[in-house]
Design a protein around this ligand. Structure first.
Ligand SMILES: [Zn+2]
Length: 296
């Protein structure tokens, strides 16, 4: 079995057209002939096809809100069962955590504003910025993935070369890990908390001073459109920021930190005078990863 090939296909320009799924597979762009997601839970996902098969997909061009695999009636495109974070969906989550590039192919059945008139088109490399659970249009749970186009036209190939690289060997590819937004608002919240994590109480010291991150409860940007405002921002250490973004932890209605998977209370969120959070943003976050679901 050939090693899963991430990133650019050598010699393949963005915008290249294909008549069929078998042509896409033969060119090494997207190997499965039917599945929309190429990947495995151990390796990550290396490519997807967007072709209008899922009613909850939202195509915005450089940003794609992609519906996970499963529970879909191929004849109608409608959801008929719940999706879970398993198999190909887990593969996309692995690519999110490791920052792997995902080749995006659009098919003629997709959003007319961004899709080819016929056949399939290779649209370059995207990164999985985040993922969450939502109630789909048909009333079943779906997994949603926010993919953002790579800022580099060709970030390279093969994120995990084998054998592993030696000390000074240049890696010929790029991955994108985490985007930490620093704004005047997140800076303001960090100062209010004196850079102390609101979950674990750690105040991380670096040679340049204390370090913390501003974490938005309701994510900014589509489709969440959370505000960049103090009532939507927590001051967290990097570990707890990742836990929050991945739904390992969330907040209950009394601003206790709870486990996203079980809802068990882990402890109270630390507070600072002058910093009040909006409970509706905590509820929205909880809907993405825990009990009460958000409308989107
Ligand atoms: Zn912490």
């Amino acid at each position: 079995v050939a090693k899963r090939a991430f990133g650019a296909v050598p010699g393949l320009p963005e915008g290249a057209g294909f008549d069929s799924r078998s042509e896409l597979a033969a060119a090494g762009v997207h190997r499965p002939l039917q599945a929309g997601i190429a990947g495995s839970a151990t390796e990550g996902a290396d490519s997807i096809v967007v072709s209008g098969g899922y009613e909850d997909d939202e195509d915005q061009g450089d940003v794609l809100i992609y519906t996970g695999h499963g529970g879909n009636d191929p004849a109608t495109g409608k959801q008929v069962a719940e999706q879970t974070l398993t198999r190909q969906n887990l593969a996309l989550a692995v690519s999110c955590d490791r920052g792997f590039p995902v080749r995006v192919v659009r098919g003629a059945g997709g959003d007319p504003g961004f899709s080819p008139a016929h056949g399939y088109r290779y649209d370059g490399q995207y990164y999985v910025e985040s993922y969450w659970r939502a109630r789909g249009k048909a009333g079943f749970d779906i997994m949603r993935f926010r993919l953002v186009k790579s800022p580099q036209p060709n970030p390279g190939t093969n994120p995990e070369p084998s054998p592993p690289p030696h000390g000074n060997e240049q890696r010929e590819y790029a991955t994108v890990q985490r985007l930490v937004r620093n704004t005047a608002v997140t800076q303001y919240v960090k100062v209010l908390h004196d850079y102390t994590c609101q979950v674990c109480g750690e105040r991380l010291q670096t040679p340049a001073g204390p370090y913390a991150e501003g974490a938005h409860l309701r994510p900014v940007g589509r489709p969440h459109n959370g505000p960049d405002a103090p009532e939507n921002v927590l001051c967290l250490c990097p570990n707890d920021h990742v836990r929050l973004d991945r739904g390992v932890i969330t907040l209950d209605g009394s601003f206790n930190v709870i486990a996203g998977s079980t809802g068990n209370v882990l402890g109270p969120l630390r507070v600072a005078s002058g910093h009040e959070l909006d409970p509706t943003h905590a509820e929205y976050h909880r809907g993405l990863h825990g009990g009460t679901r958000s409308p989107t």
